[in-house]
Design a protein around this ligand. Structure first.
Ligand code: HEC
Length: 132
């Protein structure tokens, strides 16, 4: 029987904003700031040696019509975004961040996706940085 499982899954789905942005900031400083910069504006120390420049991560919402592109960002970090596996200089962190996708998140579009706790913490930190 799959239905009870699906229902339990939906009941667990939480908005990403409920996660821990402070944990996310610590993860960001350790794993992302070298390229994306301490302020996430895309000017980390490694940016000068990269051919493709790291994105400014404070304008993700702005560049997406004002809505935070939750699903895209999660899949970007955990490597499920096909762009990453096809030659982006951005490393894939899925395995590093536990490799288990056991936390359901509901995206704005309403479809739940699974991710891991550290990735969610990172995402809520990024959400807190968005410029208006
Ligand atoms: C080795 C350098 C490097 C590191 C480390 C890195 N990134 Fe990136 N990232 C990039 C580059 C370069 C791009 C832009 C090219 C692309 O989109 O693939 C990018 C793109 C992104 C995007 C897509 C932005 C958009 O406009 O859609 C997100 C989200 C992102 N990075 C988040 C992170 C997070 C979170 C971390 C830490 C877990 C991280 N990155 C670590 C280099 C890096």
């Amino acid at each position: 029987m799959r239905l009870p499982f699906v229902l339990a899954f939906l009941a667990l789905a939480v908005p990403a904003t409920a996660q821990n942005a402070e944990e996310g900031q610590a993860l960001f400083r350790t794993h992302c700031a070298t390229c994306h910069g301490l302020a996430a504006t895309g000017d980390g120390p490694m940016a000068s040696v990269l051919v493709i420049q790291p994105s400014n991560l404070t304008t993700l919402s702005q560049r997406n019509g004002g809505a935070f592109p939750l699903a895209r960002v999660i899949q970007r970090i955990d490597g499920r975004d096909p762009l990453v596996s096809h030659g982006s200089p951005m490393p894939v962190y899925g395995d590093y961040f536990e490799g288990v996708f056991d936390v359901p998140v509901k995206t704005d579009a309403g479809q739940p996706i699974l991710t891991s706790r550290p990735v969610l913490d990172l995402v809520s930190y990024l959400q807190s940085l968005q410029v208006k």
